[in-house]
Ligand binder design. Structure first.
Ligand SMILES: [Zn+2]
Length: 200
């Protein structure tokens, strides 16, 4: 195994915390950074350093936001009877890009995966039920998870919980390829899947 100066080895190890980044990719990133002008490397470091202070969690939808309430939750101009549940914060921007949805969102925080320790207790089930209790105007809940095994399992679980509360529960139309990640769906396909949503 090649030896690298300690600061390089440490940064390689840090990059490997990111999904899909192995030692080779991490090393490429570090050397790419080193090829940049010093000022640019400093800006890069500063942006990362500021991230935990500049980003918080929206108290209503639990997405990443700059304020206590994200822009969507703070907006009075959205459809109050619609709530779209997504897996992660990043899925909100994917849904927003379709311009097909004008309701509010809720971030569930992942998919059910007991083998990885992701259970209703570690995800946001309790917060979701409280949110629905304090917002009785919500009539329809749209489950917008990726149509893969974990996404399907999570949607089935949530549908059961939410229907017991008397909510209309829908999911995106099957236009999305099975196993596909919402993250990589194009805006038109996702927009169509949204408009053609089906009751569970
Ligand atoms: Zn919010």
């Amino acid at each position: 195994m090649r030896k690298f100066p300690e600061p390089i080895a440490n940064l390689v190890a840090a990059f490997m915390y990111l999904p899909g980044v192995g030692p080779k990719t991490a090393l490429r990133y570090v050397y790419s950074l080193l090829s940049l002008p010093k000022d640019q490397i400093k800006i890069f470091g500063k942006l990362i350093q500021e991230l935990p202070e500049s980003i918080t969690i929206c108290r209503q939808c639990l997405s990443h936001a700059q304020k206590e309430l994200c822009e969507i939750c703070a907006s009075p101009n959205r459809e109050k009877h619609l709530l779209c549940i997504v897996e992660l914060s990043r899925d909100i921007s994917t849904m927003e890009a379709t311009q097909a949805f004008r309701g509010y969102y809720f971030v569930f925080g992942g998919t059910l995966n007991p083998l990885e320790g992701q259970t209703p207790q570690t995800l946001h089930l309790r917060q979701l039920l409280t949110h629905l209790e304090t917002h009785p105007e919500i009539q329809e809940v749209i489950l917008a998870f990726s149509p893969d095994v974990l996404g399907e399992t999570t949607m089935m679980f949530l549908a059961k919980q939410l229907k017991a509360l008397g909510k209309r529960v829908t999911r995106l139309a099957r236009g999305l390829p099975t196993g596909a990640s919402l993250e990589f769906a194009d805006e038109i396909t996702l927009g169509d899947a949204f408009k053609g949503r089906k009751e569970i």
